[in-house]
Design a protein around this ligand. Structure first.
Ligand code: ASP
Length: 357
């Protein structure tokens, strides 16, 4: 089934739910809350979540079987309308490590009733009838807001609290990626305050960088400099820049990496999102603009860290460059990836309201 058919099955405009549906603030209480935007979190919520993540990581490494109590008897459904490796598998692994169960359409969403033209509002409620939490990845901005709205309607009818967790809303947000990214920065740098953080590449279409920039702002970190490095066509959306600036972050936009690289503490490299371009010529024109290779990394400080949400393609050079970068102690993207499972375990345990450590 082609992506086109999927995009045309739902004539409702998911984007309008961004205006009409307010995601619940966490305010220290995660149980029963949908997770659809980083704007739900404040500094205290993040501290709670990251403490829990650290504890879960220790317990996983010690093979603590007690973790299997945390989501025992709960069921998580995955509903992925777009491709995924890390988000999909880390959520599934997280749920299993917590003793919960996982369900998904047997042959992927393309072989569910989505193929027959069912819209998101109906599909999400169908899946909600059979699960406690749904991880949704969808190409439309606002789709997880729409899902939350319809699950709220369903929950009244079935007298249960089924929640949706966004696994990425098109070019909008990817909140759980930002949670694992910020956790990883903490892990390696010990704090967020005072850091010089550089986001590089496709800042226009990259949902991970939209969410990360906003989450750094939600943390209300002090003296943070956020460098946004991209070709002019791929600049960070103005709404995100304003969001960060309004929360006291110093934002610098440039298309010259070497302006900022020598003083960077955290380098966050991104893929040019080829699948999001309307005109392939635009992609061709800029795809080679920022390539991370060992000589480029050599310009960064010795104690910088290099992150990437992955998958990576040519924006990290050739396969030989990949290998050389991987061998550099500053490259932390595989540990970032592993942290994804720990953060998602902590989040699932908390939103499903299980017993807690
Ligand atoms: N895996 C990330 C995402 O789903 C980053 C990427 O695809 O480039 O947004």
């Amino acid at each position: 089934m082609s992506g086109d058919v999927l995009q045309h099955t739902d004539l409702r405009q998911s984007r309008r739910f961004l205006e009409t549906y307010s995601p619940p603030k966490i305010n220290g209480e995660f149980a029963g809350k949908h997770i659809i935007s980083v704007e739900q979190f404040d500094r205290r919520d993040l501290q709670i979540l990251f403490d829990a993540t650290g504890s879960i990581r220790r317990r996983i490494k010690q093979q603590d079987r007690g973790l299997l109590e945390l989501a025992a008897g709960k069921l998580m459904a995955t509903l992925f309308y777009e491709a995924s490796t890390r988000t999909d598998l880390s959520f599934q692994a997280a749920m299993r490590h917590l003793g919960g169960e996982v369900v998904a359409a047997s042959n992927g969403v393309h072989f569910s009733s989505v193929y027959k033209g069912e819209n998101l509002a109906d599909t999400i409620r169908a899946v909600g009838c059979y699960s406690d939490a749904i991880v949704l990845r969808h190409p439309d901005v606002g789709s997880s807001y729409e899902a939350a709205y319809y699950l709220d309607q369903l929950n009244k009818q079935i007298a249960r609290q089924v929640i949706v967790i966004s696994g990425g809303d098109g070019v909008g947000e990817h909140p759980t990626q930002a949670l694992l990214d910020l956790f990883t920065i903490f892990d390696f740098k010990g704090q967020i305050d005072g850091l010089n953080i550089t986001l590089v590449g496709d800042l226009r279409h990259g949902r991970t960088v939209h969410s990360l920039a906003k989450l750094i702002a939600r943390y209300q970190a002090e003296n943070v400099v956020l460098n946004l490095v991209s070709p002019p066509l791929l600049r960070m959306p103005e709404t995100v820049v304003q969001y960060a600036t309004a929360k006291g972050i110093t934002v610098r936009e440039t298309d010259d990496l070497y302006d900022v690289l020598p003083e960077t503490d955290v380098i966050y490299w991104t893929r040019i999102q080829e699948e999001r371009f309307d005109d392939p010529a635009d992609y061709e024109a800029i795809k080679d603009r920022f390539i991370m290779t060992p000589p480029v990394l050599a310009q960064a400080p010795d104690d910088a860290i290099l992150m990437h949400p992955l998958p990576r393609k040519h924006e990290m050079g050739t396969p030989d460059d990949h290998d050389a970068l991987d061998a550099d102690p500053r490259a932390v993207y595989f540990r970032q990836m592993e942290n994804g499972m720990f953060v998602r375990m902590a989040l699932l345990a908390k939103v499903l309201g299980g017993l807690w450590v």
